[in-house]
Design a protein around this ligand. Structure first.
Ligand code: 13P
Ligand code: SF4
Length: 347
């Protein structure tokens, strides 16, 4: 019989041996994640790149994650993404030229506005942020990084996720009248953004969001609590502040996993995040817990990385024909500075 895709991937992994590390984000489908050496949330995966000796890193996730891995890779290491069109819808809501223009306009009155970019941004945006003295954060360290960024200037521009911005501002007690949501869609987005409200604000918020997490709402939570009395609800901080405030806990994918691992035997955990992670936790805890999605919400871009594409990439890596993710020379230094500020502040 012909070997299955799973067997062919296993054979290629064995042939490439220590020259290969396969990394995968928790939102990857089971058929892909079962082949990974390392799995994690955005922060863990970014940190682990530097510890990896393998010459080839195959990254199963979306483009911005592979770009960050390529940025943190050692000289000679190459990062491959099985599907280059796997992007992040939220990252696409903040184009680099617009971020740069908005930052310049916000600083036109002499105030120092320091950007804090969620890791879900393109490398070009991270380079803009690095050049403006700013840093990167993930959902796991947004609080620490917002505190850090506030100390660097007069105001912070948080981008692109308005929900993570507002949820983190709530944790730090930044009052509503010190926050301002920018209208970056304005036709003349340069000068237009520097309104009186923007001048007064300590936290300027880019109006992006994640469509997958924006689907969760209070009605679903009420329905879940009525159907499963005593259940506990945990959600990702890309959900709206109303949903985060009504949940029992909120945090990065790692926090969600820990919350579920620590739930008492026999209890019900309802999770508001990407469906592949929820289904994996439901399988892992079957017989001990009832784990249910708040709503089945899937990231279609994460799903573009499939087992056949992973196989194809590994064949290309073994044959030396696969194109790695590249980091343009002029972006390398400023983007790395922004990422490194996060790694140093959260060491
Ligand atoms: P984490 O930082 O929790 O891994 O989340 C990444 C992401 O894309 C969430 O939608
Ligand atoms: Fe981007 Fe949302 Fe998909 Fe995460 S779940 S990669 S934030 S679109």
């Amino acid at each position: 019989a012909q070997p299955s895709q799973k067997e062919r991937i296993a054979a290629l992994r064995a042939a490439l041996g220590p020259n290969l590390t396969i990394m995968g984000h928790h939102y990857q489908h089971e058929s892909v994640i079962r082949h990974t050496d390392l799995r994690g949330d955005s922060l863990e995966l970014a940190r682990r790149v530097a510890d990896t000796d393998a010459a080839s890193i195959v990254f199963c996730g979306v483009y911005f994650m592979a770009e960050s891995a390529a940025l943190l890779a050692r000289p000679g290491q190459k990062v491959y993404l099985p599907e280059h069109s796997a992007n992040c819808v939220m990252a696409q809501m903040a184009p680099a030229e617009r971020v740069d223009a908005v930052l310049r306009a916000l600083s036109a009155d002499g105030r120092k506005v320091v950007p804090l970019a969620y890791v879900n941004t393109s490398l070009a945006v991270k380079a803009v942020v690095g050049r403006h003295g700013g840093a990167v954060c993930t959902s796991a360290n947004a609080r620490t990084m917002l505190e850090w960024t506030r100390k660097q200037g007069d105001a912070v521009l948080f981008l692109p996720d308005k929900n993570l911005a507002r949820n983190t501002a709530n944790l730090l007690g930044i009052p509503d009248d010190k926050r301002h949501m920018l209208d970056v869609r304005a036709a003349n987005f340069g000068a237009d953004v520097l309104t009186d409200e923007a001048r007064r604000a300590e936290l300027l918020i880019w109006p992006g969001c994640c469509a997958i997490h924006a689907r969760f709402n209070l009605r679903q939570m009420e329905t879940a609590r009525a159907a499963h009395p005593g259940c506990r609800i945990v959600v990702h901080p890309e959900c709206s502040p109303e949903v985060v405030n009504a949940a029992d806990a909120a945090g990065s994918t790692t926090t969600i996993i820990r919350f579920t691992d620590e739930a008492p035997d026999g209890s019900t955990v309802i999770i508001g995040t990407e469906i592949n992670l929820v289904q994996r936790l439901a399988r892992q805890h079957a017989g001990r817990l009832t784990v249910l999605p708040l709503l089945e919400s899937a990231c279609s871009h994460m799903a573009r990385v499939t087992e056949p594409k992973l196989l194809h990439t590994l064949e290309g890596v073994a044959a030396g024909t696969e194109a790695p993710v590249t980091v343009p020379m002029d972006l390398h230094e400023p983007a790395k500075a922004a990422l490194q500020r996060m790694l140093d502040a959260c060491a």
